[in-house]
Structures are given as C-alpha cells and as structure tokens.
Design a protein around this ligand. Structure first.
Ligand SMILES: Cc1cc2nc3c(=O)[nH]c(=O)nc-3n(C[C@H](O)[C@H](O)[C@H](O)COP(=O)(O)OP(=O)(O)OC[C@H]3O[C@@H](n4cnc5c(N)ncnc54)[C@H](O)[C@@H]3O)c2cc1C
Length: 487
C-alpha cells in the first residue's frame, strides 16, 4: 500500500497542468498513468491548435476555459520553453450556404471575448492564402489562433511538477476506487493499492468509468477517433495559417495546418469506436480526410507524407467539460469529457481545479518553489555561433544521432536526465525529435536505444519502443554483445 495526500489519475495535459499547479501547495502528490510516459493519450495525438475560443457556445465551460487558457499560452510557453506560434486561422466557407455558420462563429467569438475576429471575402482570403481552393467565397479570420507542440507542453508541465516534488508512476492502471474508513480513498491498480485523502480523476477516455464508481450521477464517454497525415517539412509552407472548414456536430472538421516544427498536418477524421486504445489508422478513415483536404487544398500531394497517426477524443454526451468536485463524494475531484478545446483550455483548467482543491482542502501555499530549467534550444535551431559555443562546452553536440531532424547525442542524453526522464525510444523521440523525420527512426533507433541504456542503466535488451512489452530486441545477447554493453 502506497500513501499520498493527493492522487491524480492520468498524466495527460490536464493531469500534468493540474499537478504543476498543485505542486505550489504543501501536499504529497502522485500521478499514476496506465501508459509508460506522460502525454500518451489524446494529449500526444491531436491537431495542436490553441483555439482562440470562437467555436464554443457562450456560457459553457468549454468557452470559459478555452478563452482563459488561450490567453496564457504565449507567456506559459515562453516560460517553459515550449514551441508555440500564433499563426492565426481561417474558417473557410466554400459556398454561400456556409456564410450563416461563419456569422454564428463570429457572434459566439464576440460573446466569448475573442478579439480581432472578422469575416473576410474571397479576394482578401486568396491574397492571404494563395494555395487555397479558388472556389472559397468567404472566411472567418482568427488572428489569435495558435499552434503548439502538445506533448512538449505536457512534458514541460510534468517536469516542473516533478521538480516541485510530484512523483510519476507509469504502467499503473487504476481499476477500482473505494472509500476507506477515514473518509479517504483506496485506489486499486495492477501494481497494488494507493491510499489517498484527495483523489483527482483526469483519466481521459476512462474518466467516465472511474466517475461512475464514485457518483450515482452516471456519465458516458464516446470514443471518437481522429486520423491524420503528417507531411514532411516543405521548402515553402503552403499555408501560413491553420485552415479549417465549417464545423459539424462531429467536431471542428478537417484542417490543413502548419505545425510548430514546420511540417504540414492534414486531418482529423471523426469516427466512433469501442476501444479507446485503438489508435490504428485505416484506409477508409484516411480517405475521408483526403477527400475533405482536397476541397481546401486542391493541389495537395501525398508524396511527402511521413507518417499517419490517430488520437481518440473523449466525448461526454452532455457535450461540455465536467470539472470540479464529484457530486456526493467529498475529497474527489474530476475533469471528465475533456475533448477539444481541451489542449487550449489545459492551463486554465489546471489552475482553476488546483485553486478549488487547495481552497476546499485547506492546503497551505509553499514558501518557495524550485526554479524551472528550460530545455536547451535544439541544436538545429541554434545560430552557427551558438552551435560552436555548445560544441565547445559539450563535445556530444558534435555527434549527430538523428540525421533527418539533426538531433545530437547531447540532446538525447539531456532527455534521459529530465525531471520526468525519457526511458524508451518514443519518449526520446517526442522530447528531442530523434526519429520524427523522413526515415521515422529507421537509422537512429538502435543508437538512441544504446544511449538510453548507457545513461539510465537499463540493460540494452530491456529498452522498449514505448514501455510495457514493446521490446526492440529478442533472443539472447551474444558474449561479444554483452561485453560491449558492459564496456
Ligand atoms: C483527434 C484530436 C484532435 C484534437 N485537437 C485539438 C486541438 O487542436 N486543440 C485542442 O485544444 N484540443 C484538441 N483536442 C483535445 C485534446 O487533445 C484533449 O482535450 C486533451 O489532450 C485531453 O487531455 P487529458 O489529459 O484529459 O486526456 P489524455 O491526454 O487522454 O490523458 C488521460 C491519461 O489518463 C490515462 N488513463 C486512462 N485510463 C486510466 C486508468 N484506468 N488508470 C491510469 N491511467 C489512465 C491515459 O493513459 C492518459 O495518459 C483533440 C483531441 C483529439 C483526439
């Protein structure tokens, strides 16, 4: 039995934003996640758009937290060293029938307090985005829409929380929650039991199932998968802004967007599935994306497609975020149904939930916080002078491990020593981009595995792709390889 004051279930962007905010108070805090890293659920596989807040219905929690969250992104990302860019967005109407929808989005945005929104006509639209389908007739211009690296944000939030005492426990799936005799909770996982005074359910796809163990007001999550194409970095970006089509009841529709790393993202589809862990991509799902993308971008070509991926939305049937204290269950709190704009809202949700918990549970604020250390600028983004200086200080900058994305050994070593360390291939990939390029890790994965092993002491044969049983090597080591590993 492990004891903690606060147990947060789920290390997605919501759980990590909350953990960071709660780490400012005097309390023993643990985060458990069934996956083997933070940001392994919806928080790693989404569009990465920091929505401005024009889409959510005024008066909903989605509207409130989207606008509040989006406002803090520029400073938060600067403070944490997370890639973010306010590139703007366009919601495009392809016929006059779309105009009332655009007007409704504009009205909602104004009611939600989103600045600088306006509807623009064809000529201005095509001068802003010349690669857009010339059939476009009008659009909602959203200058304050942004793009972010969603998993790098989650890593940074988790690192800051860990620096301030929060512990992270991976590969630990919560199956049951019960009340104990002292008014706290006993939480059963595949690795044993936790006892805690305060429980916070940020379990994304499982959040409704865990909620239903605590409250008689039942909830239901529909798992809605979204599939994507990710294109290689073009010499010239086809679009400066994120281009949306008009939204439908299934979501914000298919977009074409630059990413913060200079790639082009196409997607997502929207299909309801039974298993939230089923992140396969399918021909029919991808075809449905391409059919819609061609309307936005008739000249689209898949010749530079690097990879496909999918993420699963947690859609609660009420259609709004469910946040705060669990009905009729003192000491329990939750964030249920956090679908889009959940990423954009995360900083504001984390703050509001932490303040509510600290206030109601009388948590004293810490006198001092550990200073956050931004990750170093990636080598590929340094000026030649900065590269020379970095190399002089650390010769491992001279060893390029990932040639596609120009990632050095120094950066991979640093990733394995972050407060929430990277201990498998995908964890290094998302923290450094080693393996994110055209060859998708075909060349660098063995070298990354060797570095992880050397830096963490995990034997090479136990290094995995993404935790659990996803071993890279099978069979037994030869005497020669054993000797090499020990050297
Ligand atoms: C296709 C798609 C596109 C999107 N695009 C955008 C966008 O552009 N902008 C935007 O603002 N939002 C977007 N979103 C929404 C956003 O990604 C989510 O709202 C956000 O990531 C939710 O974070 P979370 O922490 O609640 O959930 P998650 O990231 O799913 O985290 C939940 C965590 O709980 C863990 N967990 C689950 N069950 C258990 C259990 N029983 N025991 C232990 N751990 C458990 C999971 O492993 C997971 O790590 C999109 C979502 C999707 C799927």
């Amino acid at each position: 039995m492990k004891n903690t004051d606060i147990l947060i279930i789920g290390g997605g962007v919501i759980g990590c934003a909350l953990a960071r905010e709660l780490s400012r108070y005097e309390a023993k805090i643990a985060v458990v996640d069934q996956a083997w890293d933070v940001a392994e659920g919806a928080s790693k596989a989404n569009s990465g758009i920091v929505h401005a807040g024009y889409d959510a219905v005024p008066g909903t929690l989605k509207a409130k937290y989207n606008v509040a969250g989006a406002n803090v992104f520029p400073t938060l990302c600067e403070e944490l060293g997370v890639p973010y860019r306010r590139c703007g967005a366009l919601v495009v109407g392809f016929s006059e029938e779309d105009r009332p929808t655009l007007q409704e989005l504009l009205d909602r945005g104004v009611a939600n307090g989103v600045p600088e929104l306006r509807i623009i006509e064809r000529e201005e639209l095509l001068s802003l985005e010349p690669n857009l389908n010339p059939q476009a007739c009008c659009a909602l211009l959203v200058p304050t829409s942004g793009i972010v690296s969603p998993y790098e944000l989650t890593f940074a939030l988790a690192d800051d929380a860990a620096l301030n005492g929060v512990t992270f426990h991976f590969g630990e799936e919560v199956s049951a929650i019960e009340r104990d005799a002292e008014g706290g909770f006993v939480v059963r996982t595949n690795k044993g039991e936790w006892r805690c005074r305060i429980l916070v359910n940020c379990a994304g796809s499982s959040s409704a199932r865990l909620h239903n163990q605590l409250s008689s007001r039942l909830m239901h999550i529909t798992h809605r998968r979204g599939q994507y194409y990710l294109l290689d970095r073009p010499k010239e970006a086809p679009f400066e802004r994120t281009i949306f089509q008009c939204p439908s009841k299934m979501g914000k529709g298919v977009l074409v967007s630059p990413t913060v790393h200079g790639n082009v993202l196409l997607g997502p589809s929207a299909e309801d599935i039974d298993d939230p862990l089923n992140t396969e991509t399918t021909q029919s799902g991808l075809d449905s994306v391409m059919e819609k993308v061609r309307l936005t971008w008739p000249k689209v070509s898949l010749r530079t497609n690097i990879t496909n991926f999918s993420g699963v939305r947690a859609h609660e049937e009420r259609g709004d975020f469910i946040l705060g204290a669990v009905d009729g269950c003192p000491g329990a709190y939750e964030a249920v149904g956090i679908e889009s704009p959940g990423l954009s809202s995360a900083p504001a949700i984390g703050k509001a939930l932490a303040e509510q918990i600290a206030g109601e549970q009388r948590l004293p604020a810490k006198a001092e916080l550990a200073p956050y250390q931004k990750p170093a600028i990636p080598f590929r983004e340094m000026t030649p002078e900065e590269q020379e200086k970095a190399l002089a200080e650390n010769p491992l900058y001279g060893s390029i491990i990932c040639r596609c994305e120009v990632v050095t050994e120094a950066e991979i070593v640093a990733a394995t020593h972050r407060p929430v360390p990277a201990t498998h291939i995908d964890a290094v990939k998302r923290r450094t981009r080693a393996g994110m390029g055209r060859c998708q890790g075909g060349f660098c994965s063995p070298r990354v595995a060797a570095i992880i092993s050397r830096e963490t002491g995990i034997p090479l044969q136990d290094i995995t792709k993404n935790g659990g049983n996803s071993y890279l090597l099978t069979g037994t080591l030869t005497k020669e390889a054993e000797g090499r590993e020990q050297a």
